[in-house]
Design a protein around this ligand. Structure first.
Ligand code: UDP
Length: 315
């Protein structure tokens, strides 16, 4: 098949491109490199089945493809807050354009949504039926509400135009090809530990997240696209929950670093708890994560240490 991956040079997108190429598909990767990185796809450029198009999903595009994975959108809090209006336009217009393409071609489209649609959740763990607790005017709203609007559009394209839409709600994911500077907790802690700098804990570190290794996540995404249908949004994430402090301890133990912990103010609207209920993914797609946090962190530490070594040599 010929498959379009928007945001294909991003962290999850580039891991997905690799998987699709390994499965023998042709991959068109569309990315404007706003947060995506050329180095994430550099190794695919010599593959005749891979094509890179540098372009913004806010621009409509005509292509002939068999499936669309629509991932393009800044996704880490500092990245999506840098230009919130741009983020919201990307979430809405990008999804509108991709749904239009899917409609014209009568092909399936998978929308990468997010656990952020649940906001600071009052239901724990989060089930797909939960409508969320989202501040519509806060600093996270551009992303949260942008993705909620994207889900609305997708649902209406299904109802009104019969488009085969599949929505996955992605929870915190980590692993190789993360951007060391994107400000997420896993990349920050590992890079800080490797450099011997203090680990920055926001708030008191008692807030929780559930971290899914990208290999597990990509398996889930491909499984959802490969199924006959997917009529409801599906949570994809790891149901093991850790506090931010526990994560910091694990990173220190794995890297053998003597970095100290420093405490910084908790950003506004930072969710206190987050953990997916993944019963729907288990039942409908026989999917559940397999990589433990320790194993996944080991692979990620290896990736970041190599990257830092290469950068040190280049300087
Ligand atoms: N966090 C932290 N230190 C950092 C970066 C993030 O303590 O250097 C916290 C952040 O406040 C949040 C959690 O780690 O509670 C996860 O943050 P991240 O930006 O990775 O993703 P989020 O789940 O908030 O979208």
């Amino acid at each position: 098949m010929r498959i379009l991956v928007t945001g294909g040079a991003g962290f999850i997108g580039s891991n997905l491109c690799e998987r699709l190429l390994n499965d023998g598909h042709e991959v068109i990767c569309l990315d404007n490199l706003y947060t995506g990185r050329k180095e994430n796809v550099a190794e695919f450029l010599t593959n005749p089945r891979f094509e890179f198009i540098r372009r913004d999903v806010q621009e409509p595009i005509r292509l002939e493809v068999d499936q669309i994975y629509h991932l393009a959108c800044p996704a880490s809090p500092p990245a999506y807050q840098k230009n919130p209006i741009y983020t919201m336009k990307t979430a809405f217009l990008g999804t509108l354009n991709m749904l239009g393409l899917a409609k014209r071609l009568a092909i399936p489209i998978l929308l990468a949504s997010t656990s952020e649609v649940y906001g600071d959740p009052l239901v724990h763990p989060q089930v797909e039926e939960y409508w969320g607790n989202v501040n519509p005017i806060g600093i996270r709203s551009c992303y949260d509400e942008g993705k909620r609007a994207a889900e609305t559009l997708a649902s209406d394209y299904r109802r009104f135009h019969g488009v085969d839409v599949r929505v996955v709600r992605i929870f915190n994911t980590y692993g190789p090809k993360m951007d060391p500077n994107d400000g997420r907790v896993v990349s920050n802690f590992i890079v800080q530990a490797l450099k011997g700098e203090p680990l920055t804990i926001y708030g008191d570190g008692s807030q929780t997240r559930s971290f899914c290794h990208v290999d597990d996540l990509v398996k889930g995404i491909v499984r959802v696209m490969g199924a006959k249908e997917c009529l409801e949004p599906v949570n994809l994430g790891n149901p093991r929950e850790f506090t931010v402090l526990e994560l910091a301890e694990k990173v220190l133990a794995l890297t053998g670093s003597h970095s100290k912990l420093v405490f910084r103010p908790l950003p506004q609207d930072d969710p206190a708890r987050r953990r997916p209920n993944i019963e729907r993914a288990k039942l409908l797609f026989a999917w559940e994560p397999e990589v433990t946090l320790m194993t996944g962190l080991q692979r990620t530490v290896l990736y970041f240490s190599r990257m830092l070594e290469i950068r040190a040599i280049a300087q």
